[in-house]
Design a protein around this ligand. Structure first.
Ligand code: SF4
Ligand code: SF4
Length: 359
C-alpha cells in the first residue's frame, strides 16, 4: 500500500483510525510529540485487539495507523492487529523510529514478522532522530524491509521550506531510493517535548471570523489506555480529554458504535466543518480564547452551543455546507493534506513511486 492511498482519504471522517499502542520508546528524541520514554505508560493489549476484531466487511475503516511511542516494542500485537484487520479488508500502516537499527545487527525475527505483516511501513527521520539512529543505518534497514514486501515511506520533520537540513535529507532519500520511496515532510510543532523548542503552536492561528476546518478530527485515535478520541492530537490525548471529544473506550465499544458517534456528534462535525474558533463565534459566545485547540477543548462548557450546532446541522444548510467543505478538502487528492499539514514545497513527494500518480 502506497502512502498516497492514505493521503487521498486523510480528510475523510473515519476512513482511518490511529492506534497508539504504547507510550514506551527506547529513543529519546528531543521533539517527541508524545513525550515517550522507556518508563512511559503501557496498558493492556485487549482494547486494541477487541476494536480491530469488531471490524466487519460492511463497517470498517480503510486503514489502521499504528504508532506509539515505539509500536514495535509490541511486535506480536502489531502483527496480530495487521492480520486481524486484513480479514475485514482493512489495511495497516506502522510508524517506527527504527530503534533496532542502531547497533547494525540483523533485525530480530519477531520484528521482521511484525513489519512483514503490515501493508505500509513508515520511518521517522529528521535531525532529532538522527542523533539517535544514523541516516546510513536507517537507509540500510529500509532497503532490507523493502525486500520483505511492505511499501515504505519516510516522515521528515523540519523547520519549513527553507530548512537546509530537510533539503539535504530529501535529496539523499531521492538518490538512495531512486525516487521510489515517498516522503511526508511536516513542520515541527510545539507539542510534547517539542514545547521546549522553538516552533509554531499546533493548529492554525486564524481570526475567529474565518472558518478553518480541523482535519485532526477526521480519523479517531485510540490512546494508550484504550480511550477513543475524535481528535488525533497526541497532546490532547495525554491531557485534557474533554467529554465532547471522547467517543468511548475500545474495550467496550465496537467500531460501528464509535464510528457512528464520531460521524454524528454535532460538536465534532462543527470542528471538522468550521474549526473550533469559528464554530464558537458563530453558534456560541464570542471566541475570546487565543489558541485554536485551546478553544476546542472548552467547547462543551459553552451552554447551548451543541444544541444550536445540532439545529444548524438538521437544517438543509448544514449538510450542504458539510459537503462543500469536504469537497474543498478532498479536491487536491493526495497532495491536499500534504500541503495543508506538511511543508507545502515538498507536498509532491507523497506520490513518489506511486503507480496512481498520473491519475
Ligand atoms: S522514536 Fe518517535 S516515539 Fe520514540 S522518542 Fe523518537 S519521536 Fe518519540
Ligand atoms: S481543534 Fe480540537 S479536534 Fe482539532 S486538533 Fe485541536 S483539539 Fe483536536
Amino acid at each position: 500500500m502506497h502512502l498516497a492511498e492514505m493521503a487521498v482519504l486523510r480528510a475523510v471522517p473515519a476512513a482511518g483510525v490511529f492506534l497508539a499502542l504504547t507510550r514506551r520508546c527506547p529513543l529519546s528524541c528531543a521533539h517527541c510529540s508524545t513525550e515517550s520514554a522507556m518508563d512511559g505508560a503501557e496498558h493492556a493489549e485487549r482494547p486494541f485487539r477487541r476494536l480491530v476484531a469488531s471490524f466487519t466487511r460492511q463497517e470498517r475503516p480503510e486503514f489502521i495507523a499504528m504508532s506509539g511511542g515505539e509500536a514495535l516494542l509490541r511486535p506480536r500485537l502489531v502483527r496480530d492487529l495487521a492480520d486481524s484487520a486484513r480479514l475485514s479488508g482493512t489495511r495497516s500502516y506502522l510508524l517506527s523510529g527504527l530503534y533496532f537499527a542502531r547497533d547494525g545487527h540483523a533485525v530480530p525475527a519477531a520484528l521482521r514478522a511484525a513489519i512483514s505483516a503490515v501493508d505500509h511501513f513508515a520511518v521517522s527521520l529528521d535531525r532529532f532522530h538522527e542523533r539517535e539512529v544514523g541516516r546510513r543505518a536507517a537507509f540500510r534497514v529500509l532497503h532490507e524491509i523493502r525486500s520483505w514486501g511492505p511499501r515504505v515511506s519516510v516522515q521528515i520533520t523540519g523547520d519549513g521550506g527553507a530548512d537546509p537540513y530537510v533539503a539535504d535529507l530529501v535529496r539523499e532519500v531521492r538518490e538512495e531510493f531512486a525516487d521510489e520511496v515517498p516522503m511526508l515532510v511536516v513542520p515541527l510543532r510545539r507539542v510534547g517535548r517539542a514545547k521546549a523548542l522553538d516552533g509554531p503552536r499546533a493548529g492554525p492561528e486564524t481570526p475567529h471570523a474565518t472558518p478553518a476546518p480541523c482535519e485532526m478530527a477526521a480519523w479517531p485515535l485510540v490512546t494508550y489506555d484504550g480511550t477513543v478520541l475524535t481528535c488525533c492530537n497526541d497532546d490532547l490525548a495525554a491531557a485534557a480529554r474533554p467529554p465532547h471529544l471522547v467517543l468511548g473506550h475500545a474495550d467496550q465499544d465496537p467500531w460501528p458504535v464509535l464510528r457512528r458517534r464520531h460521524l454524528e456528534r454535532p460538536l465534532a462535525r462543527a470542528v471538522r466543518m468550521f474549526g473550533p474558533r469559528y464554530a464558537k463565534a458563530r453558534f456560541g459566545s464570542d471566541a475570546a480564547a487565543p489558541g485554536y485547540c485551546d478553544v476546542c477543548v472548552t467547547l462543551h462548557r459553552d451552554r447551548g452551543l451543541g444544541e444550536r450546532v445540532a439545529g444548524y446541522l438538521d437544517s438543509p444548510a448544514g449538510p450542504a455546507m458539510e459537503g462543500a467543505v469536504r469537497g474543498l478538502l478532498e479536491r487536491h487528492g493526495p497532495y491536499g493534506f500534504a500541503r495543508r499539514h506538511g511543508i507545502a514545497r515538498y507536498s509532491e513527494l507523497v506520490t513518489l513511486g506511486w503507480e496512481g500518480r498520473e491519475r
